[in-house]
Write a protein that binds this ligand. Sequence first.
Ligand SMILES: [Zn+2]
Ligand SMILES: [Zn+2]
Length: 200
Amino acid sequence: MRGAIGALLLSAVLGAAPAAGGRVIAVAPVGDVPAEAVSRLVPVLRRTLAAEVVIGPALPLPASSYDAGRRQYRSTALLDALARARRPGWDRLLGVADVDLFVPELNFVFGEADPDRGVAVFSLHRLRAEGAGPAGDELFARRAATEAVHELGHSYGLGHCRDPHCVMWFSNTLAESDRKGTSFCAAHAAELQRLMGYLR
Ligand SMILES: [Zn+2]
Ligand SMILES: [Zn+2]
């Protein structure tokens, strides 16, 4: 997103108070998650959503989320835990997991969001790139940022997009995620600014 909002000078400090008039988005690990994978989302989210971004305390993976038959974790149970952990000063709380997530109707999900409760979650589990090295690491980070922005977009009420380059495109595969990247199309950028209360 570019333009009207401009670059806000904001800091990612644990438990920081909200900036005057600014939105605060908190990001928190859910379960065992590499700290670096969480911290490197901060600058991307700050830039893309023009909000203050803070890292919240880690949450345990809810035991009730595990489905032994599927050997996967029910993403909606993670949203329930996030909704309980969300603080009043946080406009949104995004959980970052590193387990295979599902909803009953689908084989798996990259993430899920709940606009009513202001929470979202995504998992790193299916985002790792083939091969190691800096290129693979960079791709992994980009995929994580893409899923984070996509789910936060849903958490503000955005639906899916027909533009395959918009971050709100529904990705069935990693190839589709890689094609779309972290940017909103012009229409979704404007709609998000309106939903976040920056435009009327
Ligand atoms: Zn989606
Ligand atoms: Zn779009």
